[in-house]
Design a protein around this ligand. Sequence first.
Ligand SMILES: NC(=O)c1ccc[n+]([C@@H]2O[C@H](COP(=O)([O-])OP(=O)(O)OC[C@H]3O[C@@H](n4cnc5c(N)ncnc54)[C@H](OP(=O)(O)O)[C@@H]3O)[C@@H](O)[C@H]2O)c1
Length: 252
Amino acid sequence: MVGFGTYQMPRRITQQCVTDALEVGYRHIDTAQCYGNEHEVGLAVKASCLPREEVFVTTKLWGVRGYGDTMRSIENSLRTIGLDYIDLFLIHEPSGDFISQYQAMEDARQMGLLRSIGVANFMQENYLNLIAHCKVIPAVNQIETHVYRQQTAMHRLLQQHGTWHESWSPLACGQNGFFRDPVLQAIADCHGKTIAQVGLRWLLQQGIDVIPKTTHKQRMQENLDLFDFSLSDAEMQAIKGLDTGRSQFNWW
Ligand SMILES: NC(=O)c1ccc[n+]([C@@H]2O[C@H](COP(=O)([O-])OP(=O)(O)OC[C@H]3O[C@@H](n4cnc5c(N)ncnc54)[C@H](OP(=O)(O)O)[C@@H]3O)[C@@H](O)[C@H]2O)c1
């Protein structure tokens, strides 16, 4: 439920950061072809000497057209990360012929190259289109979700169809004054916790998993230390009021 994000993490520090994350207890690492750091993520996983089945690695498909391209791209990711299989493989965004891309992923899953498959940034129309054509329901849809973009309708839709809702930028990547938000600060003070912990806990309590990114070992620990408190109904409601219904990144 609490993974470690690696977007915008420079290659030269990625291996060390992922090693630190594994040391403090993360067992779920999120990378992507377009982050350019798949190789370093794989190096850290292998150097950790953890049993392979204890670490869950996600990567994402980028910039391909159809079926054949996708197969080659999966093989390339496996070579770059240096693992025999990928735990979760996502279409990074709905571009090109994503139905054919997904069919290749279904076949790669059948072949044992991918353990589970899903999507990212698929909003209602694309998501419904995909599930009308696929054999395997996407295990996960990774979408921008945080206190300022709560995605309540998408959450309901995903639950209805059996796809897990995963939050990207669970800390809003610091946008909109997240780390100074007075509503979050007041709640954090009540629990002796930080704003980051309140924002992450709020997602977890709705059954949304989180993949916060940080390059600081102390913050890695902080972002994982979420299971010794819970938010009351009134606190959950107060945070509901922060929704802007808009992306903080003008993206999907
Ligand atoms: N599928 C997609 O399209 C997509 C898009 C965006 C992101 N993602 C995934 O989601 C992950 C998380 O999203 P994100 O990296 O955009 O943003 P995020 O995790 O919401 O926030 C990261 C930012 O918050 C800072 N930070 C982290 N923990 C902190 C703490 N406890 N206190 C204060 N500052 C803290 C980090 O700085 P420091 O590093 O300096 O600590 C960094 O600037 C990504 O890394 C990536 O794996 C996926």
